[in-house]
Design a protein around this ligand. Structure first.
Ligand code: BGC
Length: 751
């Protein structure tokens, strides 16, 4: 009883309202010296807060968990009042008054929603991601949250996987840059500040390589592929100082990621020297057993041995660790080690100095969804749009005549943000177009179709998000045709509904859903020029659209400012500048299709036609529809002849590649100049090209900019079959250009 009171009194006496962390690690030592085994195990438990959506009720399971010291925190509860109440209850009623971690999935904004991460990566602008993460941290901490389950850095080469939407695409170089930017944005340079969040890189590891693109499916991978392409972004997040990490759901080569010591100890702790907190994914621990790699009790044992510190949702640590300790299966050191990491995270966040530092009602009232945050979201959204096609310079549209806005996504507020969007307000395309056009143009509107013809398919796809189903499809269509016929130009707003990507949203048919595709074909039959505004959380197969639609602007899911950001680009206030970070296939059968592939046996000398006994398909070329790095602008860029400062790269030296890029079009514009390297003769086969650097350059119309890249030996290194990270001296190719297919090549020799 005495123990219960001493620490709260000490804590409260030392609770200044400040943004610095006063308690040092010695504080954790003394706290742990008076904690019981049960209390220590309790810190390792992370239940979901969904059953406290309406607040803590007396006698509830949550109240019991807190007062018995059986949890270290909770997640996915929103609202500062509710969180403050829980924190207060923990401080006043929990053993030793230990404050709680409050986690959440703030993936692309909190109240001000930014584009989905895949879209953000298409900006090729890590600074934009850093700013988005900074704003997310300000808003989430103002509302009570202190731990964010982001960034997701899983490399993905399979657009059938719905969670491709949550990552930064297929490329490890970009993946590393963005991983770092997210972490820096969330954590800032002072985790103890009341407006920074603890980041949590996920999902460790290789979750994006699920077989068949089916969520939660098995992963089997060579170590060469793992080290060279899939692991680097996790390591980059760790190097950037990310304080926590989440394991993944999948098996890797027959072992569950959450119980694979070689991964979480060997790689993460020993090789990368990660000192932070490791948490499982949602209810992963019992799955170690159900997926056939241990008994239930041993799942908890295997996890604590593998240095997994916190158990999300399952309660298995609370249930099994004490008895496993008594049975000698685990040591007290293992429990202490994990408990210390949880408490250390709380200390670094400053929760022991002030448990209410993230619960300031005033901040919650003034710092969420503010004008400056929304302006930033609008600006960043426009940078993520990728102009896939623009025949006859149909875009930008002039604000004149009659513009028909047609499609089931044109006027649905809740569909603008895609997966993982906490409630927020949204500007629809229709609203924004009406506002932008003012009295200069007539904006006509018809919904035109459902998402899918089949009501059940539509319901599965749109879940709780209200994209209403209308049984009278014939009426929808005839309204759309008459609106289309009376217009000068059609803006078709179509694609995936929000819940068709993200977790548990894999697809085998990655075309625009049937009802909308048919509507688009009928609209094309009117002969009017069409701009397709494409909403999607993944690369889609757009073979018909690429042939038949004049202009395609891929806007992904742009967030709360979607409508205005789209209007800015469609009406030419801003020039599109995004470039793809994931390949768009022509046919789902080509998947996995990615730019940095190896050379197959029997390579096809000419991908445009079928050549027997070559590595190809009878019924489709090997080429993508839109390659990695591709994206058009309203202006035109011309590349000069690239030059190398020397054709010899000395061991500790560097060579410079320079190229002039000229804006020959009618608009000022940003060009993303890309540099790729290839090692034609290596110890293990190396890709045909790998992105190694890029520049985003604003080039005013009529002007030229010289772009320079520095190449040193580090850029040539890779992991060989012995997992040694080095390069092979000899000839290298360096390529530069506007995307992964339009490249000019030079060669040099590395000593
Ligand atoms: C997801 C994680 C997420 C967690 C908590 C899981 O289902 O895989 O990405 O952080 O839930 O919401």
């Amino acid at each position: 009883m005495i123990r219960r009171f001493i620490i709260p009194i000490l804590c409260l006496a030392a609770f200044p309202v400040c943004a610095v962390v006063n308690k040092d690690s010695g504080y954790i030592d003394s706290l742990m010296s008076i904690m019981s085994v049960d209390e220590k195990i309790g810190q390792l438990n992370l239940p979901v807060g969904s059953d406290i959506q309406t607040g803590l009720t007396e006698g509830s399971d949550f109240e019991k968990l807190i007062s018995t010291g059986s949890l270290g925190g909770f997640f996915n509860v929103s609202g500062v009042e509710k969180i403050k109440k829980l924190q207060k209850f923990a401080v006043e009623n929990g053993p030793h008054g230990i404050p709680l971690l409050v986690g959440a999935d703030v993936i692309h904004g909190y109240r001000t929603i930014f584009p989905i991460p895949l879209a953000l990566s298409c900006s090729w602008n890590p600074d934009a991601v850093r700013r988005m993460a900074r704003i997310s941290a300000i808003e989430a901490t103002a509302d009570g949250i202190n731990w964010n389950f982001s960034p997701m850095v899983d490399i993905c080469r399979d657009p059938r996987w719905g969670r491709i939407a949550e990552g930064s695409g297929e490329d490890p170089y970009l993946g590393c840059m963005f991983a770092k930017a997210y972490v820096e944005g969330y954590q800032g340079d002072n985790l103890g500040s009341d407006s920074t969040l603890m980041a949590c890189v996920k999902h460790f590891a290789l979750y994006g390589a699920a077989e068949g693109g089916r969520d939660y499916n098995t992963v089997d991978m060579s170590k060469e592929r793992m080290f060279n392409y899939y692991l680097p972004p996790y390591e980059a997040a760790v190097d950037a100082g990310c304080e926590s990490l989440m394991t993944s759901f999948n098996l890797i080569n027959g072992q569950h990621s959450t119980a694979a010591g070689w991964l979480t100890q060997g790689m993460l702790r020993d090789r990368w020297n990660f000192k932070g907190l490791v948490v499982t994914d949602y209810n992963s621990m019992p799955e170690i057993a159900s997926m056939g790699t241990s008994s239930m009790e041993d799942a908890a044992v295997k996890s604590i041995v593998a240095e997994i510190d916190m158990d999300m949702v399952s309660g298995m640590y609370v249930k099994y660790l004490k008895q496993s300790l008594a049975a000698g299966k685990i040591s007290m050191d293992m429990i202490d080690r994990a408990c210390r990491r949880v408490l250390e995270a709380k200390r670094k966040l400053g929760l022991f100095d002030d448990p209410y530092k993230y619960c300031d009602n005033k901040r919650a009232e003034t710092e969420l969804f503010t004008e400056p945050h929304r302006n930033e979201a609008r600006d960043i959204a426009a940078q993520t749009f990728v102009l896939l096609k623009n025949d006859n310079n149909l875009l930008p549209l002039k604000k004149k005549g009659r513009i028909a806005v047609i499609g089931p996504l044109a006027d649905v507020e809740n569909n603008m943000s895609g997966c993982w969007a906490w409630a927020g307000k949204h500007v629809t395309v229709l609203d924004a177009f009406r506002r932008a056009a003012g009295d200069k143009a007539d904006i006509l509107y018809a919904r035109g179709s459902n998402i899918y013809h089949n009501e059940v398919t539509q319901r599965n796809a749109t879940g709780i998000k209200p994209v209403p189903y209308d049984k009278d499809e014939a009426r929808l269509l005839s309204e759309a045709i008459s609106v289309a016929e009376s217009s000068d130009v059609i803006v078709a707003v179509m694609g995936e509904a929000a819940e068709m990507s993200g977790e548990s949203a894999s697809r085998v048919d990655i075309t625009i859903p049937d009802a909308q595709r048919e509507l688009l074909k009928k609209l094309a039959d009117t002969g009017k020029p069409i701009v397709l505004i494409l909403f999607t959380g993944r690369p889609l197969v757009l073979d018909w659209e690429a042939e038949n639609i004049m202009a395609i602007l891929n806007v992904w899911f742009p967030g709360s400012e979607a409508g205005d950001a789209i209007a800015d680009v469609v009406f030419g206030e801003k020039c599109p500048e995004g470039k793809l970070t994931a390949t768009f296939p022509r046919n789902v059968g080509q998947i996995p299709l990615y730019y940095n592939h190896l050379i197959p046996s029997h390579p096809d000398p000419d991908n445009a036609i079928f050549n027997r006994y070559c590595s190809n398909y009878i019924d489709c070329t090997n080429e993508p529809l839109y390659p990695f790095g591709y994206g058009l602008s309203y202006t035109k860029f011309e590349y000069g002849k690239p030059e190398l400062s020397s054709t010899t790269l000395e061991k500790d030296g560097f060579v410079t590649l320079s190229v002039d890029v000229r804006n020959t079009g009618e608009y000022d514009g940003v060009e993303i100049v890309q540099m790729y390297l290839r090692d034609p003769v290596a110890q293990i086969a190396r890709p045909v090209k790998e992105l190694k650097d890029f520049r985003r350059v604003l080039i005013p119309k009529g002007e030229t900019r010289r772009v320079e890249f520095t190449i040193n030996a580090d850029k040539l290194k890779y992991y060989n079959a012995d997992l040694k990270y080095d390069y092979d001296p000899g000839e290298f190719q360096v390529m530069v250009g506007p995307d992964s297919e339009n490249l000019q090549t030079l060669t040099f020799t590395a000593k």
